[in-house]
Design a protein around this ligand. Structure first.
Ligand SMILES: [Zn+2]
Length: 403
C-alpha cells in the first residue's frame, strides 16, 4: 500500500517536472534521450533559482520591511559569491548517473548520488529538490526534510522549485509533521552569521537610548556605520540617556524573547550568549520612544567590510505603553521576532502563527495568555533557520571576537 502511494507520487512529480520544462521552453524529455540531464541544462547548469542569484553583487541597500509588530532595516554588503561552482565535468557525470538511478526508481542510490552533487553545488535548487524527493521515496524522511527545506529557503516564493518543494512537504505532511518553511532570499541573497567563529554576543540596554540624531526613525542604515566608531569611544555608553516610558522589567522580557530561540541554539545551529559590556557585543538592543512608521522593532544588520560592525536592534517604548497589561507578552514576541531577524531570517513568514509572521493578527485574551506561557518560536521557524545555516550564504557576518 505504501509502495503504491510512492509510485503515484512519483508520477505526480514527473508531471510537475514536465510542466516545468515546458514552461521554460526547453525540449521535453521525450524529444531526446530521457537521461540526458535535461533538468540541469537550464542556464548552463544553474537552477531556476540560481539565475536570479547570479545578478549583481553590490550593496543590498537599505530595504525596510514592515513587520507583524516589527520591522527591520538592513545594511549588509555581499562579501563574496558563495553560490556554488560552475558545473564541473565530474558533477555533470554524477548528475546524469543520479538522474538515471532516479528514473530507474533506484531511489537509494539516486539519493546518495544527489547528496554528492549537492555537496559540490549546494545552492542549486534543482539538485536539492531531487535529493529531497529521491530520499523521500527511499524512505529517508530526515534527509528529505532537510533538502526540501533548503529548496524553500534558498528560492523566492515565486520560484517553481519553491512551489514544488512546498507542495511535496504538504502532500506528505504526515511524514513531515506539517512543517512549512519559508523563503529567506532577499534581493537574491542569503545572509547569516559565521557559526564557526564562536557565539554571538548580545547586550541589552537597560532603558538606554542612542544619542540625538540616532533615535528611532533618525537612525538610518547609513548612520549605523558612524555608530560603530562611537561605540568604541570612552564614555559613550555611560553618557546615554534613559528613554521615556521604560519599565525596569523590560530588559528581562527582551532577554526571555531572545531565549525563545534557546532550543534552536541547543540544536547546534548557531550559539549566542549575553554580555554585560556593550563594547564586546555583536548585537546591541537599544530603546526608543517611537521607531517610525508602524513598526515597533527594527533590526539593522551589520555592515560588512568596515571596522568592528555590530547588529543594532531598536525597540519602541511608546507602543508598549499603549498595550498596558499586555505589554510584557507583546514585548517578548517582538524581541523573539527581532532576534530571528538578527540570526539571519530576513524574510517574514506568511503563516500567522510563526514568530517571523509579517502581518498582525487579532488575538483573544485567552490566546494571549497561552502565548505568554510558550515559546513563540515554532517548528516552521526552526526548520527555516536550520536550512539557512546548512547553506553557504552570500553575506557572512563574523563576530567581533573572531577578528
Ligand atoms: Zn520583522
Amino acid at each position: 500500500m505504501i509502495l503504491e502511494t510512492v509510485r503515484l507520487r512519483n508520477c505526480l512529480v514527473l508531471l510537475s517536472l514536465t510542466w516545468l520544462w515546458s514552461n521554460a521552453l526547453l525540449p521535453l524529455p521525450t524529444s531526446k534521450p530521457l537521461l540526458c540531464g535535461v533538468p540541469f541544462s537550464l542556464a548552463g547548469g544553474a537552477s531556476l533559482s540560481d539565475i536570479a542569484l547570479s545578478k549583481g553583487d553590490g550593496f543590498s541597500g537599505a530595504a525596510l520591511a514592515k513587520g507583524r509588530v516589527a520591522s527591520r532595516g538592513k545594511s549588509a554588503k555581499r562579501m563574496g559569491n558563495t553560490v556554488g561552482d560552475a558545473a564541473s565535468p565530474d558533477l555533470a557525470t554524477m548528475q546524469k548517473q543520479a538522474l538515471q538511478c532516479y528514473m530507474q526508481r533506484n531511489y537509494v542510490e539516486a539519493a546518495k548520488l544527489f547528496a554528492e552533487c549537492v555537496k559540490k553545488k549546494p545552492r542549486d535548487a534543482s539538485l536539492q529538490y531531487y535529493l529531497g524527493t529521491a530520499a523521500l521515496y527511499a524512505d529517508d524522511i530526515d534527509t528529505a526534510e532537510h533538502a526540501l527545506c533548503r529548496v524553500v529557503v534558498m528560492t523566492s516564493p515565486e520560484s517553481d522549485w519553491n512551489k514544488l518543494a512546498l507542495k511535496t512537504l504538504t502532500d506528505w505532511k504526515r511524514q513531515f509533521h506539517s512543517i512549512k518553511p519559508y523563503s529567506q532570499l532577499e534581493n537574491g541573497e542569503l545572509m547569516r552569521w559565521d557559526k564557526s567563529k564562536g557565539p554571538i554576543k548580545v547586550w541589552i540596554a537597560d532603558g538606554l537610548q542612542l544619542p540625538p540624531g540616532y533615535v528611532g526613525p533618525e537612525l538610518t542604515v547609513e548612520k549605523c556605520r558612524t555608530l560603530y566608531s562611537l561605540f568604541d569611544k570612552p564614555g559613550f555608553f555611560e553618557h546615554l540617556s534613559r528613554v521615556e516610558h521604560y519599565v525596569p522589567t523590560y530588559a528581562d522580557i527582551v532577554r526571555a524573547g531572545i531565549n525563545d530561540w534557546a532550543w534552536v541554539a541547543a540544536e547546534g545551529i548557531i550559539k549566542y550568549e549575553f554580555v554585560d559590556d556593550p563594547r564586546k557585543a555583536d548585537v546591541l538592543y537599544f530603546w526608543c520612544p517611537q521607531s517610525g512608521a508602524d513598526s515597533v522593532g527594527r533590526t539593522y544588520y551589520p555592515w560588512t567590510g568596515v571596522s568592528r560592525p555590530r547588529a543594532i536592534v531598536h525597540v519602541e517604548t511608546d507602543y508598549l505603553r499603549k498595550w498596558g497589561a499586555r505589554a510584557p507578552s507583546e514585548l517578548r514576541q517582538t524581541s523573539a521576532h527581532e532576534f530571528g531577524h538578527v540570526l539571519g531570517l530576513q524574510q517574514h513568514s506568511p503563516a500567522l502563527d510563526d514568530v517571523m509572521a509579517g502581518k498582525g493578527k487579532t488575538i483573544s485574551w485567552r490566546e494571549c495568555a497561552q502565548y505568554s506561557a510558550a515559546s513563540p518560536v515554532n517548528r516552521n521557524d526552526f526548520v527555516t533557520l536550520r536550512a539557512l545555516y546548512e547553506l553557504p550564504p552570500d553575506v557572512l557576518f563574523e563576530t567581533l571576537g573572531s577578528k
